[in-house]
Design a protein around this ligand. Structure first.
Ligand SMILES: C[S@@+](CC[C@H](N)C(=O)[O-])C[C@H]1O[C@@H](n2cnc3c(N)ncnc32)[C@H](O)[C@@H]1O
Length: 326
């Protein structure tokens, strides 16, 4: 009897999502006069579950727009890939939209190797579900941050790769951080590699704010979950009811800013540091930058890449940008 080759390899490096890393980042972020928490910590298992609910909210158009583009342009995208191309995905989450790309790649090239990279433990369950659906798929997953996960995934298998960065996650980075992030990705890319980036386009505040402050309060639950996570993983006893979800659109910077607002003067303790918060004081938890066509071109070219093809959804709210080495 022949044993089938294992189709799932799974790397969990030491530092990416460790408690020590979370504690140190949280303590540092909350110490200064401008308080912030790194958005990657929004995604523990519960955060990832809540994010999936956000994706189907009526106000959150981003997932529907990106899905529409992938359904329409998936076959063309697959036809532009070199033979025996693998798929690496940064911040893969539930890999739901990825299924469209994987299926089109399978139609055009047969067996596919997929490397999902995510800080969230949700990665493992998502990988197992994919393997149950597709007998032609092999997975080399990495539970780590984008950059170190990419280096590991890229060197773990040979051959050309499509690197996907979906869900408008590029928008979480400020302009200079996005350029430097894309330069890092470009430095890892080999000849024949391509990069596919999902970018949310700038639009009126009246459409943007509800997408991050929905009527059912699901995004509020997602944001406040970060405080529950600090309590459960770092042993704090923050009274979560003394904070509120707070969203503004900063037109000058073309970005949604998501905060936790302290509802009263209070003191919290995180990893042995006592942190005072004034009534109304804001803790930044996420930026979501919105782009113009010129902004996308300039970001991509300053990273040493070239836009090979751009697709839009029918309402032109969102862009999928395929980039190659310059
Ligand atoms: C906005 S969600 C997008 C998920 C999925 N790609 C989609 O389009 O629906 C961002 C994903 O990236 C992961 N993530 C956030 N920051 C990360 C980081 N610095 N490194 C690796 N993964 C990260 C989160 O756990 C989450 O699954």
């Amino acid at each position: 009897m022949r044993r089938p080759a294992p189709r799932l390899e799974y790397y969990v490096p030491q530092n990416g999502g460790s408690v020590a890393d979370f504690g140190e980042c949280a303590r540092r972020g909350l110490r200064g006069p401008k308080k912030s928490l790194d958005p990657r910590f929004l995604y523990d298992e519960r955060g990832s579950e809540i994010f999936e609910r956000i994706c189907s909210l009526p106000e959150y158009y981003l997932t529907r727009a990106e899905t529409e583009i992938l359904e329409r342009a998936g076959a063309e995208l697959a036809s532009m890939l070199p033979p025996r191309c693998r798929l690496i995905e940064l911040g893969s989450g539930s890999s739901t939209k990825t299924r469209i790309i994987l299926e089109r790649m399978n139609e055009s090239q047969g067996a596919v190797t997929y490397s999902p990279i995510d800080v969230s433990r949700a990665l493992e369950g998502a990988s197992r579900e994919l393997l149950e659906s597709y007998e032609w798929l092999s997975i080399v997953g990495v539970e780590d941050t984008y950059e170190s996960g990419l280096r590991l995934a890229h060197s773990a298998c040979g051959g050309p790769a499509l690197i996907a960065f979906l869900g408008s996650s590029i928008g979480n980075l400020t302009g200079s951080a996005a350029r430097s992030f894309l330069s890092t990705v470009a430095s890892v890319m080999g000849p024949g590699d391509l990069l596919l980036v999902g970018v949310d386009l700038d639009k009126p505040e009246s459409a943007l704010v509800p997408a991050y402050d929905d009527a059912a309060g699901v995004t509020a639950e997602f944001n406040l979950n970060l405080l529950h996570r600090i309590n459960s993983e770092l042993g704090s006893s923050i009274d979560v009811s003394k904070f509120a979800h707070h969203v503004v659109y900063n037109a000058g910077e073309r970005r949604i800013e998501m905060y936790l607002r302290s509802l009263e003067g209070q003191e919290i303790e995180v990893c042995g540091s006592r942190i005072g918060l004034r009534r109304g004081e804001l803790v930044l938890t996420e930026y979501s930058h919105k782009y113009t066509r010129e902004g996308i071109e300039s970001m991509v070219s300053s990273a040493g890449l070239r836009v090979a093809r751009t697709w839009h959804d029918s309402a032109r709210r969102y862009a999928l940008v395929l980039c190659s080495g310059a």
